[in-house]
Design a protein around this ligand. Structure first.
Ligand SMILES: NC(=O)c1ccc[n+]([C@@H]2O[C@H](COP(=O)([O-])OP(=O)(O)OC[C@H]3O[C@@H](n4cnc5c(N)ncnc54)[C@H](O)[C@@H]3O)[C@@H](O)[C@H]2O)c1
Length: 271
């Protein structure tokens, strides 16, 4: 069966205390899902639950780490205990740490754990149940950086490529068993993460940063046809094609953007 109707479904959204995750959770809840709101930020998770319940929706807040295997296990147990089997998992929590070659091993390790291993930890537990039931949905909030690259942010770019690669592998392996996998790959979105991106903020906003509700709306819409790539900024498809078809030309263009960024940063740092 194609498509996903949130009504009466149990969905889990990680990183749902803020930003895109909060919008995904409120959107799913507004369409009738029993929504589990997971975040390291307990106050953020509580805020999202409050917003959902105030609007007449159903939500459970589960503060904790959605990246470690223990954290994922605790989250799955809490969700199943409250609402029964999990129908859809929105692997949305993500981090953007470190800049350039100065990114530390700790930055790389955290990025790897949250942006990639979290998805492995979740899929390992969820997929066997979904295969048995003949249905389940795993939606990864990756990034356009996972298809292209993000200047200045090697740990983010590499691990978001890893997130997309893992999602592709899951889809290729389990789609005939009813498991639908989707990868959300936006460019700039107006959240705290974009605010913290420093000089990159302007570059990432070049194609107009979307609101979190734009992204949640695009995800809801894409849930109806099960497409793998969800591109809230449609122009990302053109860049992705250009990267594949004329890689050196595309890299030359990225390098021109990098040089522009260096000039802007030099001008900003001038006394
Ligand atoms: N904002 C953008 O421009 C943009 C663009 C493309 C992709 N994304 C991706 O969208 C997702 C959401 O980002 P956002 O922009 O809403 O950022 P955000 O910082 O507003 O929200 C991220 C949330 O994830 C939570 N989180 C981080 N690590 C966690 C962990 N281990 N366990 C549980 N929760 C954890 C944070 O506490 C935070 O609430 C991320 O995966 C990000 O990489 C963002």
């Amino acid at each position: 069966m194609t498509g996903f109707d949130p009504t009466g479904s149990t969905v889990v959204v990680t990183g749902a205390g803020n930003g895109i995750g909060a919008a995904l959770a409120t959107t799913m809840a507004a369409h009738g899902a029993r929504t589990v709101v997971a975040d390291l930020d307990a106050a953020g998770a509580a805020r999202t639950v409050e917003a959902i319940t105030a609007a007449g929706g159903t939500a459970l807040g589960v503060p904790g780490d959605a990246a470690s295997q223990d954290g994922v296990d605790a989250l799955i147990a809490a969700a199943r205990a409250e609402y029964g089997p999990i129908d859809a998992w929105f692997a949305n929590a993500g981090v953007d740490r470190g800049r350039g070659l100065d990114a530390s091993d700790d930055d790389w390790e955290l990025s790897w754990n949250v942006n990639v291993l979290a998805h492995v930890h979740a899929a390992r537990r969820l997929v066997p149940d979904w295969v048995e039931r003949g249905r389940g949905r795993f939606v990864v909030t990756a990034s356009a950086a996972g298809l292209l690259t993000m200047l200045g942010a090697p740990a983010y770019s590499v691990t978001k490529h890893g997130a997309v690669a893992f999602a592709e592998w899951l889809s290729a392996t389990y789609r005939h068993r009813g498991v639908v996998v989707q990868a959300v790959c936006p460019q700039g979105v107006q959240t705290r993460m974009l605010d913290d991106a420093g000089p990159l903020k302007e570059l990432l906003s070049h194609d107009t940063a979307l609101t979190v509700d734009d992204v949640a709306g695009a995800v809801l819409e894409a849930c109806s046809d099960d497409r793998f790539l969800i591109l809230p900024h449609p122009e990302v498809a053109d860049y992705y094609r250009a990267r594949a078809q004329a890689t050196d030309r595309w890299l030359g263009g990225m390098n021109r953007l990098q040089r522009g960024l260096e000039t802007t940063t030099r001008q900003e740092n001038r006394p």
